[in-house]
Design a protein around this ligand. Structure first.
Ligand SMILES: NC(=O)c1ccc[n+]([C@@H]2O[C@H](COP(=O)([O-])OP(=O)(O)OC[C@H]3O[C@@H](n4cnc5c(N)ncnc54)[C@H](O)[C@@H]3O)[C@@H](O)[C@H]2O)c1
Length: 383
């Protein structure tokens, strides 16, 4: 595979993770430029990571050397900047969310097709070692036929650590757009598309206290609900209970557990690329009917760790989706976090919002295929 020249747009918190990981692990991606609305921030990022160019968005878009732009600006700028990137003839990898609703996502994806460029979007954590291993074990029937999933994203928002937290509580933002996407991408990539959604929301407080950054000590308004509880039914018939919250300090709920007719598969957290899956097989449960040995009784209480079958880059890493996009450009094929997946996940978020507002079941209009699994046993940069 040849080396692709990449430009980063938005020199904030997550740009450092992208740059560090691309430099360390993905030799076919070369970040040659950093841009930001505040050029000083772009310059600082470029000098930290030894990137040769630092300039404005306009200069990035005019730079013929840049083939792929990674858009790492705050969510409210994603659509307008995506439009500009696509119209400049550059392939786009967008941080999440891609768009606030299905209609806008479709407009951008059509524009990309008209302009002959490819589009990819985070989350790409489903391509990393942990969730790809889960996929392998599911496909190998380790828990038989899945019928139920519980997925619980429980945090207390971002205002205790993020320097610009206000954006997370505005319209077209909130826990579903910020964190729900990781869980939805994991569910769809592992178990297939969603058929219908029933969701309810809550907002325990109308204001949020800011703890860090420029506005520390002040209160901001939460414009959107900050807690969602939902039941999804997948096209396969699997039922999913998905809870996504910015209001829970601590929880004992499992973050991600899949139940099948042959056992249970549990995974630490779909927000992370690395993570060891664990399995509980039905035989562990039924054995004690036949024999009451200490060994059988001990096995009855225990989940067993399964190996990760892929090199683990880091627990929290970024960049594999960009590599997958580059490979798709080179081979003229579909990247895994592609338009169909993007619009399905975007519609799922919109469907949860609509269902929560209307107290009605939302029927999905889009569908998608499960992305191709990555072959186990490859090197760190093989997708
Ligand atoms: N922070 C995280 O841990 C994290 C993790 C995963 C994904 N993300 C996603 O990454 C994106 C960026 O998040 P962040 O936390 O790095 O944000 P940030 O606020 O730290 O940085 C955003 C940067 O974009 C620049 N910017 C703002 N408007 C711009 C514009 N119109 N044109 C060019 N540059 C502009 C800002 O100056 C800033 O440097 C968001 O979509 C977020 O959802 C963040």
């Amino acid at each position: 595979m040849r080396i692709f020249k990449v430009g980063i747009l938005g020199a904030g918190i997550i740009s450092r993770t992208y740059l560090a990981d691309i430099k360390a692990f993905y030799k076919n991606l070369e970040v040659i430029a950093c841009a930001d609305i505040n050029v000083e921030l772009a310059q600082k990022l470029a000098s930290e990571f030894d990137v040769k160019k630092a300039y404005t968005t306009e200069e990035l878009l005019k730079d013929d050397e840049v083939e792929i732009v990674i858009n790492l600006t705050p969510p409210q700028f994603h659509v307008d900047l995506a439009r500009q990137i696509i119209l400049a003839g550059k392939h786009l990898f967008s941080e999440k969310p891609f768009a606030p609703n299905l209609e806008t996502a479709k407009v951008l994806l059509d524009l990309a097709e008209e302009n002959g460029v490819k589009v990819g979007c985070a989350p790409d954590t489903f391509l990393a070692s942990g969730l790809q291993s889960v996929r392998y074990y599911l496909d190998m029937n380790f828990i038989g036929t899945p019928f139920f999933v519980t997925a619980n994203m429980t945090t207390f928002g971002v205002e205790t650590w993020h320097p610009n937290p206000a954006a997370f509580y505005k319209k077209n933002s909130g826990p579903l757009f910020d964190m729900g996407v990781y869980y939805l991408s994991a569910i769809v990539s592992l178990l297939g598309p969603i058929e219908s959604i029933c969701a309810f929301s809550a907002k325990p407080s109308d204001t949020r206290h800011i703890y860090v950054g420029r506005d520390a000590g002040t209160e901001i308004e939460a414009e959107v609900p900050t807690h969602y509880s939902s039941i999804l039914r997948l096209e396969s018939g699997v039922v999913v209970n998905l809870n996504v919250s910015f209001d829970i300090y601590k929880s004992n709920l499992p973050m991600f557990e899949i139940y099948g007719d042959g056992g249970t598969l549990t995974y630490p957290d779909p927000n992370f690329g690395g993570g060891t899956p664990k399995v509980y097989r039905k035989e562990q449960y039924t054995d004690t009917v036949y024999q009451q040995s200490d060994e059988a009784l001990a096995r009855k209480d225990k989940f067993y760790e399964l190996p990760e079958l892929y090199p683990r880059v880091k627990d929290y890493s970024r960049g594999i989706g960009v590599l997958d996009l580059a490979k798709a450009i080179e081979t003229n094929s579909e990247n895994r976090a592609n338009g169909n997946l993007i619009q399905h996940i975007t519609e799922a978020i919109e469907g949860m919002l609509i269902s929560a507002e209307s107290s009605a079941i939302y029927k999905m209009t889009t569908t998608c295929d499960r992305p191709e699994p990555i072959k186990p046993g490859g090197y760190i940069d093989e997708v």
